[in-house]
Design a protein around this ligand. Structure first.
Ligand SMILES: *Cc1c(COP(=O)(O)O)cnc(C)c1O
Length: 374
């Protein structure tokens, strides 16, 4: 008799569908024996990290026999002065994914509900279900809306009940790229009852252009005590492999998040790199400029191919490819180009393409053009 461990798992865990990451380059190399591979599947920074971050990592290497600073003092001090919030408002995480999980562990139970949107970032359902809480999923905007497939805040508000503890909002959202404008998000925050925590996930904040009217949610830091803003060093800062992100909330909320945090959840190399990266505005700006140019390059190609796409203020574009996105993904893979199918996000005819360097984008465009003709 072998034991059915599945029947022993917590109910939420038993039926949990794990997160599906972008396909790693090394895996494609192993499977197909390809040498030239372009990965545009995980919204990473094609420029890599700041050289200052690399220097800091090299210096920190000599100390890896020691535990990291469990309070992340240097990084928190730098963030606190950069963001103009108290140190006690900060919670560091092993990626912002970690922080999202801390929110679920601190505030959700099987008796409680979390609200988020259809097509929203896949980590929200996972962290909700893992703690046995109930997910209430709001219908997204219709395809003919000005912000197609974006979050419908009225629909989200309508799902709030006495059992709701957390609302997850990605702004801009991944994988759609769509965003909420300043006034609509403000009205929403005003309408949400104070005992419901609102997580605004700003993983792409550094890429957002001012003219998009996609707000810096921290502007309301003092106004809404139930607000939790999360950000990351994985995207614009080019440190995805080191895993470091953070939450900003009022200190009483941060205190609760820090209680469920592992004592050394952010490693010493990540702490050193993130602190140094914050100091390199020039590198960040180079990444933003590259992203703007690449976004134009990709949109122009899509226009030529007769493909439509969703509005995006991130470093990726969700393109309607007019056929099975997964099949197109596989066809691109064979040519050494990794994009991201988003059928698991309820978008079976789309592909999410990260903006790469000019050469990487050109390769994607060339291969995409060939595959579309077949
Ligand atoms: C990439 C991403 C994150 C976080 O990633 P980490 O690497 O865990 O910081 C969070 N939210 C959204 C919407 C993302 O796209």
């Amino acid at each position: 008799m072998t034991c059915d461990f599945s029947s022993l798992a917590a109910p939420g865990v038993r039926t949990l569908q794990p997160y599906q990451p972008g396909k790693p380059e090394s895996e494609l190399r192993r499977e197909y024996g390809l040498s030239h591979i372009v990965k545009l599947a995980s919204n990473e920074n094609p420029l890599g990290p700041s050289p200052k971050a690399l220097v800091a990592v090299r210096e920190a290497l000599s100390e890896i026999a020691r535990y990291p600073d469990g309070n992340g003092f240097s990084l928190k001090t730098a963030l606190s002065s950069r963001l103009n919030v108290p140190i006690t408002a900060l919670t560091l995480g092993n990626g912002s994914n970690d922080v999202l999980e801390l929110v679920a562990r601190a505030f959700l139970t099987p008796a409680h509900e979390a609200v988020f949107s259809e097509h929203a970032f896949a980590v929200y359902p996972i962290v909700t279900q893992a703690v046995g809480a109930i997910a209430r999923i709001a219908k997204a905007n219709a395809p003919d809306h000005a912000m197609p497939h974006g979050h419908d805040l009225a629909a989200m508000l309508a799902l709030i009940t006495d059992r709701t503890r957390v609302i997850f909002i990605a702004n801009p959202n991944n994988p759609t790229g769509t965003w909420l404008r300043t006034l609509e998000l403000q009205s929403f925050l005003e309408a949400v009852p104070e005992q419901v925590l609102v997580v605004v996930d700003e993983a792409y904040f550094e890429y957002v252009e001012a003219d998009s009217d996609c707000p810096n949610t921290l502007r309301w830091f003092d106004r809404f005590p139930n607000l939790i803003v999360t950000r990351t060093f994985s995207k614009a800062y080019g440190l995805a492999g080191l895993r470091v992100g953070y939450a900003v909330s009022q200190p009483p909320v941060a205190d609760l998040l820090n209680r469920v945090r592992q004592p050394f959840n952010v490693n010493s190399l990540a702490l050193a790199a993130a602190t140094a990266a914050l100091d390199d505005a020039e590198h960040l700006e180079r990444g933003r400029a590259l992203n703007r140019a690449g976004m134009n390059q990709l949109q122009e190609a899509c226009r030529c191919f007769g493909l439509s796409w969703l509005p995006s203020v991130g470093n990726f574009l969700c393109v309607n490819v007019g056929r099975s996105g997964r099949e197109l993904f596989l066809a691109l893979l064979k040519q050494g180009v990794i994009a991201r199918p988003v059928d698991n996000y309820g978008l079976p005819h789309s592909l999410r393409i990260s903006i790469g360097t000019e050469a990487e984008n050109a390769r994607l465009i060339e291969v995409l053009g060939n595959v579309l003709k077949e």
